[in-house]
Design a protein around this ligand. Structure first.
Ligand code: PLP
Length: 385
């Protein structure tokens, strides 16, 4: 075994495992969180045009090409309610994931503690490990997946350096409300903690307002806001993301980013400029389309016999399956692929203690309508306990 001791605990991602299984059984794959359609033409054309006309083939500036940083600053100045400086407060990264790693490695010291909300995007504990930091886990529990303020407070101490907060939240579909966000802010201020906010699903919400931690009083100077083109513009393969933070935090993000990746490919940065300039109707249509998919899948799963947790945001849906089986989620997910040909993700892999998530499975509904319909049809063949 030549994997470093730092990374050995994490093994192979569940996505690789479930995708291989899905392929072997010719299953409908509602596991991985990427759309089964292409990104918008106007964005692809902007990237293609930048390649065609030349000047896009060499290293772009380390923090990102100026027009993209400007487009990010313009869009987020409105969202964050303050004037963002594209030169000192915006860094273009290789997807949100690199922004996350750069934030952790650039701002957190070995031995510091980092609060992680469970279930988590599976890169979080790996990023914390790579920074040499110590994770402190806080669990969201069904049926409502609310942040328990007492549990959260117990995870903070004078050793806490940062919290990783993802809202809208994958995989629960929660959009944390103002009381929850204020509780996080109060603890960050009390313990002088940096908030690293993963907002990749910021535009995929179905009613509740997406509250940005950076906009709460006292949080602007201690928050790194991360996002990317992946989910909002259906361009997960482009890996163009950004980190927005006040100058003193941006210095840390860039200190890591300049040596991790240095930059992200130039043509897709030009494409991202066009994406960020999309009219508001683009986002309305995105939400409407995902709302229809959410409702279709939720109704279908409910009629088949699953206990659906209706998401307020993201394109994921958790569902209980006690009507069909008492197995743990990994065993049940494996059986779903093998017996009915539908691949899902067992969310226990997103918890520090897998037992906290072993009675649910996660469906991704970023798939074309006939694919979702076919999945429901296959699932209707499941026989109850
Ligand atoms: C919560 C969350 N953050 C980040 C990402 C990845 O973002 P990117 O592809 O921009 O690195 C994902 C992808 O599934 C995610 O669910």
């Amino acid at each position: 075994m030549s994997v470093s001791s730092r990374l050995q605990p994490f093994g192979v991602t569940i996505f690789a495992e479930m995708t291989a299984l899905a392929q072997a059984h010719d299953a409908i794959n509602l596991g991985q969180g990427f759309p089964d359609w292409d990104g918008p033409d106007f964005v692809k054309q902007a990237a293609a045009e930048s390649m065609r006309k030349g000047g896009s083939d060499q290293y772009p500036p380390m923090p990102g090409i100026p027009p993209l940083r400007q487009a990010i600053a313009d869009r987020y100045s409105a969202k964050l309610g303050r004037e963002i400086d594209p030169d000192t407060e915006v860094t273009v990264t290789c997807g949100c994931t690199e922004g996350l790693f750069a934030s952790l490695v650039g701002l957190v010291d070995p031995g510091d503690e980092v609060v992680i909300i469970n279930p988590y995007y599976d890169s979080y504990p790996v990023g914390v490990a790579m920074a040499g930091a110590v994770p402190r886990h806080v669990v969201l529990r069904p049926p409502d997946f609310r942040l328990d303020v007492d549990e959260l407070a117990a995870a903070f101490s004078d050793r806490t350096k940062a919290i990783l907060l993802n809202t809208p939240h994958n995989p629960s579909g929660r959009v944390f409300d103002r009381a929850e966000m204020e509780a996080v802010a109060d603890l960050c201020i009390e313990h002088d903690v940096i908030a690293i906010c993963d907002e990749v699903y910021e535009e995929i919400t179905f009613g509740p307002e997406h509250i940005r931690l950076a906009t709460l009083p006292g949080m602007e100077e201690r928050t790194v806001t991360l996002s990317s083109v992946g989910k909002t513009y259906s361009l997960t393969g482009w890996k163009v993301g950004w980190a927005i933070a006040p100058h003193h935090l941006t210095a840390g993000v860039r200190a890591a980013h300049q040596y991790m990746t240095f930059t992200t490919p130039t043509p897709v940065q030009h494409g991202a400029v066009a994406a960020l300039e999309a009219p508001e109707t683009f986002y309305d249509e995105l939400r409407e389309s995902y709302r229809a998919k959410r409702d279709l899948l939720a109704d279908g799963l409910t009629s088949v016999g699953f206990d659906v947790h209706i998401p307020d945001g993201t394109y994921f849906m958790l569902a209980g399956y006690s009507r069909f089986s008492g197995e743990d989620d990994r065993a049940f997910a494996r059986r779903l692929v093998e017996q009915v040909g539908v691949a899902v993700i067992p969310p226990s892999v997103f918890y520090d203690d897998p037992a906290d998530g072993h009675s649910l499975i996660r469906f991704a509904f970023c798939k074309q309508t006939p694919v979702l319909e076919a999945a429901v049809e296959r699932l209707s063949r499941l026989s109850p306990n």
